[in-house]
Design a binder for this molecule. Structure first.
Ligand SMILES: Cc1cc2nc3c(=O)[nH]c(=O)nc-3n(C[C@H](O)[C@H](O)[C@H](O)COP(=O)(O)OP(=O)(O)OC[C@H]3O[C@@H](n4cnc5c(N)ncnc54)[C@H](O)[C@@H]3O)c2cc1C
Length: 383
């Protein structure tokens, strides 16, 4: 790699989903200038973060609740349009509005310590050298499929929710859906319209009746936060909150679509089998078994604890205050990602001394930084 081509920035943001855009917004507000003081790198082809890949039948109205990014409300979104379109258009507008100059597609391959105590961000489009890193790479790139004996012998189709594009291609089939989360439930309801379905989960699913309370959400976030503070791998926040029993879900329950079996013990060439002798034939096994944090590019920094997770203190990696994981663990939701971007920028600004310390006197960066030296604003909560 030609070292002359290494570009110096104060802060590198990796990922331009909800968390990365929130970070970019707050960096800009704090006086860091895009491209000069910070850079946002994203390996997806277009704006939208992971939303651009969501299956077309996940309409905006069916999404859990997508919170606005800070500073620019998403108004009058059509609930019947695919979330992938609505959110991607919104993110594109957001990037333009706040001049975030996201570089894409740029794949961050590795981040390592360089000899001068800076962070070397190696990509397929060159190297950046940064004093701090805001990692916002989400989970979509790491779909998780658990292993069951015999899995490789199955002659039907196996796919993960990340590869699901709609129910139509499963018409007339028997589909076994594995997993106890929201995605499993949504896809079962869609598939049941055209196919025979069987739902299997490790634990009996818990359906939460009654309105979603703020307390409930806070408790779920606190549980995940407690795990990552101990250096354990995070659980999904939605996993902790339980499944909301909406009218559509209650109806599906009445029709038997959500009758559930314990997960099978092994996979056979033509289906699945339980140790008690039961068997089921299937055309497709759909793994709605979630995702893991996409952090492989951080491996050279050796952040992981023996427990397999990364010990966190808020958004900050406990062993390296230059590195923040945003949209990770307790902040892996649209509202959490907003807040994480803001918290991380506030801490990074304190750590680096703010861009005014580096900018030449009289430059717009210094002026902006003085102007914005007061506390950073709260993200605007969604209605
Ligand atoms: C099916 C599904 C539905 C969901 N629905 C909701 C919902 O309704 N409400 C809600 O609050 N949350 C929902 N979530 C959770 C949701 O993923 C988060 O809330 C949030 O959108 C994640 O934002 P993010 O910025 O952390 O990650 P992402 O949106 O995943 O963005 C990460 C970005 O990083 C980029 N990237 C990854 N690795 C690299 C790399 N090595 N180099 C460069 N770029 C990289 C990716 O291309 C991507 O653009 C849902 C999740 C799933 C899977």
């Amino acid at each position: 790699m030609n070292e002359a081509a290494v570009r110096d920035v104060e802060v590198a943001v990796v990922g331009a989903g909800q968390a990365g855009l929130s970070a970019g917004y707050f960096l800009h507000r704090a006086g860091f200038r895009p491209e000069r003081d910070f850079v946002v790198l994203d390996h997806s082809p277009a704006p939208g973060g992971a939303w651009q890949y969501r299956w077309p039948s996940l309409t905006y109205g069916k999404a859990h609740r997508v919170h606005d990014l800070p500073g620019l409300p998403l108004r009058d979104a059509d609930p019947g349009r695919p979330s992938a379109e609505v959110v991607s258009e919104y993110f594109a507008r957001y990037e333009r509005e706040f001049d975030l100059r996201v570089r894409r597609p740029v794949d961050v391959r590795a981040v390592r310590e360089d000899a001068g105590g800076r962070l070397r961000v190696e990509t397929d489009a060159g190297v950046w050298s940064a004093r701090a890193l805001l990692n916002a790479t989400g989970t979509w790139d790491r779909p998780f499929v658990p292993y069951y004996p015999g899995q490789e012998t199955f002659l039907g189709r196996q796919l993960h929710t990340a590869g699901y594009r709609g129910a139509r291609e499963f018409a007339g089939q028997h589909v076994i859906v594995v997993g106890g989360g929201t995605s499993a439930v949504q896809l079962l309801m869609e598939l049941a319209e055209v196919a025979r379905t069987t739902w299997v989960t490790r634990r009996p699913p818990v359906f939460r009746t009654g309105p979603f309370s703020e307390d409930w959400g806070r408790n779920a976030v606190a549980l995940v936060d407690e795990r990552v503070r101990k250096g354990l791998p995070p659980q999904s926040v939605v996993g902790v909150t339980g499944l909301a029993a909406t009218d559509a879900i209650l109806d599906a329950q009445r029709r038997g679509v959500l009758d559930r079996l314990p997960v099978f013990d092994r996979i056979t060439p033509h289906g699945v089998a339980w140790d008690d002798g039961r068997t089921l034939e299937a055309d497709t096994i759909l793994w709605a078994t979630g995702f893991r944090a996409a952090l492989d590019h951080l491996a050279p920094l050796r952040l992981r604890e023996p427990g397999g997770g990364i010990r966190m203190d808020g958004t900050r990696v406990a062993k390296d205050p230059r590195i923040h994981l945003i949209g990770y663990g307790p902040s892996a939701s649209t509202i959490g990602a907003n807040r994480a971007g803001r918290t991380a920028v506030r801490e990074i600004r304190a750590l680096l001394g703010g861009p005014a310390a580096q900018a030449l006197p009289g430059t717009e960066g210094a002026a902006d930084a003085r102007h914005l030296a007061a506390d950073l604003p709260e993200p605007v909560p969604a209605a």
